[in-house]
Design a protein around this ligand. Sequence first.
Ligand code: BES
Ligand code: MG
Ligand code: ZN
Length: 501
Amino acid sequence: MKYMEIKFCSKNVDEQEIELLFIPVLEGEKHLSKIVQDLCYEEEKAILNRTKKENFIGKQGQVFTIYGDDLTVILFGFGKENKVDMDDWRKAAGSLIAYLKNYRAKKIGLSAKHWLKGNNNINNFAQALAEGLLLASYDFIKYKQQDKNKIKIELEEIYIELDNAKKNAFKKAWELGLLLARGTILARDLVNEPAGVMTPTFLAETANAIAKNNKNISVKILDKERIEKIGMNAFLSVAEGSEQAAKFIHLIYHPARVTKKKIAIVGKGITFDSGGLNIKIGDSMEQMKIDMGGAATVLGVFEAIGQLKLKAEVHGIIAACENMPSGGALKPGDVVTNMQGKTIEIGNTDAEGRVTLADSLAYAQKQGADTIIDLATLTGACLVALGTDYAALYANDQALNKSLINAADKAGEKMWSMPLPVEYKDLNKSNIADIKNIPSTRYGGSITAAMFLQEFIKEGVVWAHLDIAGPAYAEKSFNNYTPIGGVGFGVRTLLEWLQNN
Ligand code: BES
Ligand code: MG
Ligand code: ZN
């Protein structure tokens, strides 16, 4: 079966035997009446009357249907004229998919000519449309019995009116959008998969499959013996309480031309966080299969990166293990050593992410990475600070901070810059080791966790840390293309960012 193939026609999309025609309508009466006029209905007046009765004025989220024997037209609200951006197109695609969950249609049309007039960016439009369509269609239903009464989306062809001259640009951006969405969807799948399946070994196998499918990607998986040999004892100590074998995953994207520029993307890969001996209480353990959200983002990025013709060499690094209590588990009060020889006093075994990252970040630098971005579902405190939808962004470099914010904006992902204040440095001090994994105050917990990580970054290395404890998982849908569950947060932002670096 064909799925979501884009078709072009130079004019009159309604002559293509489509079943549904979607028309985005900018907010405001003048836009609405112009569009209804252009549709040339005999009963134009009655239709406009009904828009008034239904209070339809083109507000984002509003839908107005004009049923017809051959063709049904759906006007959907698109928001304010001067504010339309890429995310409005993702959301428009989301409305379209929502409609198709209640109306069986294989061939549809999308009228975008009002939008494509003038100097609106066709690349952004095409990319965002593809992303939105695919992301909004996502459903994690493999563990559910099929509901026979539910309408399945069987969208085969989407017709768009477009001048010949613009078709190639559109196609290229459309393909890019699909690629970015596929990376995001892999990450969503990995986050949604229960921890009983989604083990460190499962992550390693996913990385292996990605490398196998891409000529320009190679992979190394280090087992316990190798991990021990190169001195990543901080990482191993966290894995100690688990019966699941720890895996250290190292992917490399090799650009066509050899380069000195090395970027590392590091993801926290705790496939289940029980808290360890400092076991989580109440219902705070229920969701902890998501504690590999950073790792999922790294794998989502690598799912797509092979197609992007990047200039830089990109390393994907994941220390994958479970955090479990047992007779052999890491204990509060223990002191562990990372591969740089730094000692860490364990104040609380539930602050395990930063301990594993101490080795992942050290490993990334040993590979010669000059720029490192890590993503981690690191602290509950991040949720207190920024709520569920925002990632906290920490960077030791202004330019990196800015370029990540810009990329996130384009990708429709929310992040907020946070400080790394030197005055807080002492909060992570230990009396018996180089550093302690819990701070001496409970205030500013996302910041002190970031500053713990910073201690493992050497002078001259450009580094950013994203605390994604909130947005890795949507407890309620973020928007109409991000349903409840794993979000795949960061995949699109990083892929946008990588294309400029
Ligand atoms: N995985 C958690 C952080 C988390 C909490 C992610 C809620 C997503 C939702 C992390 O390993 C953790 O438990 N952190 C502790 C740190 C504390 C002991 C210093 C926390 O945030 O309570
Ligand atoms: Mg390969
Ligand atoms: Zn924890």
